[in-house]
Design a protein around this ligand. Structure first.
Ligand code: GDP
Ligand code: MG
Length: 595
């Protein structure tokens, strides 16, 4: 135990976490050069393509110093706000953290929010300035930022480069020197913190844990405290490049357990593993049930694919416990599912996996958050879909979820960023100058405004230089109304959205204009209307096309005409017939693309 060091890496995306982790694995010879695929830690295809760490992993290294062997467990953390609960559990499993800051970029929003988590858990912080090899590195400026942030000394900051390997030996030495070895009692009843799990189609769910107290033997009968489920520890072991079996693991160790669990949702990150026979008194604190925050309808383009879509969703849920779905029907789109996601990135990932892994051609509707409705007869209902809103006469008030966000931007853009946040109904909580050139803004914002077009606008305003991170702070009352869209007089439920009353009129106008752009002209005029209740607030018309492609077939033989129609149909991928109007997928997301 005294030679174990458990640590994680805190970094803003692209500051070099994966690259530096790879150098650590190389230097400790955990990975031979031959096995060294670029970035071992990001193993999922999607992760590699997007250059982000979606799921956290752990890896063990041996490190020798002064004739002593040390076991270093690097616990990787996901780099996106959608997965912040997993980040917090990974951090809770560590005693130290490497704080990596890109020497050309300086401190960013995610650096700060993850650092706060680490400080909350009393982790020893090792500050590192990465990418020192780049000519535009600004070590003095960034060093001052780091000192301001964590109150360390100049000489504490390690100058490193994941590219050249500069500083890597020093990082390893420092880990051994300053990260405390785990504390805990090997004789006490077993208490192991589950900080992550992965699904393996052959072995079932593999849970990763850190032992806080006690020991576990292969074959033990264990219990997961929060779910109350019992399992045999069929296999336990440590995570090297792959899994290595062990007979016994003890306090301070980081390892995995396989116990024939079939569905990801059975294993909850943050849960505590104990022994059935001699259970611990209390679960490890900090357990939370992760709840989806963002919801959207997912519908098959072809109604016949409904059952296939259900099968695909079930498979996805086997290895992604945070995905939820339930059947839903829409007058416009037919039968589909209302899905719950952790956030916008999670939603994109699921859409992409449906397409890639299951070849499912789906229409997704505008994402929304969950709303708490208090009805006039004193009940509270939660609504996950704007079209599920009760009649306005029965609504006492509506509450919507709020976030507290950190935005770090060049001071030149403060004015525009403020305007954007205020436009999104934000309130400024705090403004801190990090340097003369960079400012940190803290804004409280409705989450429902973030799922619209917040990121894109923030990025374009700041020319890509603003960073953004947030956490939930709870529900607050809001004056929301449902904005409906009608095509040729028919309401399209899938296009309804909940909008703040003050924005409803301009929003309705912009929606109509955007839909006019997105819906192709057809053989007849199409009226697009926006309405609040029975009141029409905006209108546009798409004029009919003159030329009829089937016209030249008139008088020709019927099979030629049918072939032509068939061909047209194929070309119409991702179009949905709504009433008599063909509506492309893009139109269902129109509200996201309003400028
Ligand atoms: P992560 O998102 O924090 O995991 O960042 P990555 O490790 O994926 O690195 C992001 C990008 O920066 C990649 O293109 C890396 O090749 C590059 N990079 C990482 N570390 C260094 C470094 O020390 N020097 C230079 N020049 N580039 C680096
Ligand atoms: Mg990475």
């Amino acid at each position: 135990m005294k030679n174990i060091r458990n640590f994680c890496i805190i970094a803003h995306i692209d500051h070099g976490k994966s690259t530096l982790a790879d150098r650590l694995l190389e230097v400790t010879k955990t990975v031979s050069e031959r096995d060294m695929k670029a970035q071992v830690l990001d193993s999922m295809d999607l992760e590699q393509e997007r250059g982000i760490t979606i799921k956290s992993h752990a890896i063990q290294m041996d490190y020798f110093q002064d004739d002593q062997k040390y076991v270093l467990n690097l616990i990787d953390t996901p780099g996106h706000v959608d997965f912040s609960y997993e980040v917090s559990r990974s951090i809770a499993a560590c005693e130290g953290a490497l704080l990596i800051v890109d020497a050309t970029q300086g401190i960013q929003a995610q650096t700060i929010s993850n650092l706060y988590l680490a400080i909350e858990h009393d982790l020893e912080i090792i500050p590192i300035m990465n990418k020192m090899d780049l000519p535009n590195a600004m070590p003095e400026v960034v060093e001052d930022q780091i000192i301001d942030l964590i109150g360390c000394k100049h000489e504490d900051i390690i100058r490193a480069s994941g590219k050249t390997g500069e500083g890597v030996d020093e990082i390893l030495e420092r880990i051994v020197e300053v990260v405390p070895s785990p504390v805990g009692d090997p004789e006490a009843p077993l208490q192991a913190l589950i900080f992550d799990s992965v699904f393996n189609s052959f072995r079932g769910v593999i849970a990763y844990f850190k032992i806080v107290n006690g020991t576990i033997n292969q074959g033990d009968l264990v219990k997961f405290v929060n779910t109350q489920k019992e399992y045999d520890a069929d296999e336990i072991g440590v995570l090297r490049l792959g899994m290595e079996k062990r007979k016994i693991l003890s306090t301070g160790d980081v390892g995995y357990i396989i116990s024939g669990i079939k569905a990801a949702k059975e294993v909850k990150v943050g849960d505590t593993i104990t022994h059935k026979a001699k259970p611990c008194e209390k679960a490890i604190s900090g357990f939370e049930e992760v709840k989806p925050m963002v919801f959207a309808g997912v519908y098959p383009i072809d109604a016949e694919d409904y059952e296939d879509l259900r099968a695909a969703m079930e498979k996805l849920q086997l290895n992604d416990a945070s995905l939820t779905f339930e059947p839903e029907s829409s007058a416009a789109l037919g039968f589909g599912f209302r899905c719950g996601f952790l956030g916008m990135l999670h939603m994109e990932i699921i859409q992409e996996r449906l397409d890639r892994e299951f070849d499912m051609n789906v229409i997704t509707t505008v994402p929304n958050v969950s709303y708490k409705i208090h009805t006039t007869d004193g009940e509270e209902v939660t609504v996950y879909n704007p079209s599920g809103l009760p009649a306005s006469t029965t609504i006492e008030d509506i509450e919507e979820p709020y976030i507290r966000s950190q935005i770090i931007t060049k001071s030149d853009f403060i004015g525009q960023v403020m305007t954007l946040c205020l436009d999104k109904r934000g309130t400024l909580v705090k403004q801190d100058y990090l340097t003369t050139e960079r400012t940190e803004l803290t804004f409280d914002l409705p989450l429902g405004e973030i799922v619209f077009d917040f990121y894109d606008r923030l990025k374009s305003i700041s020319k890509g230089y603003a960073s953004f991170d947030y956490h939930m702070i709870g529900y607050k009352p809001a004056k929301l109304v449902r904005l409906d869209i009608l095509l040729n007089g028919e309401m399209v439920d899938a296009l309804s959205s909940l909008i703040h009353f003050d924005n409803a009129y301009p929003m309705g106008r912009r929606m109509c204009e955007k839909l006019k752009e997105l819906i192709p002209r057809q053989q007849f005029d199409i009226a697009i209307q926006a309405a609040i209740g029975a009141k029409i607030i905006a209108r546009e018309t798409i004029k009919a096309v003159r030329k009829d492609v089937t016209a030249k077939c008139y008088g020709g033989d019927i099979s030629r005409k049918r072939k032509l129609l068939e061909k047209q149909k194929k070309g119409k991928k991702r179009m949905k017939q709504v009433g008599n109007v063909e509506v492309p997928q893009k139109a269902f997301l129109a509200v996201l693309k309003l400028d």
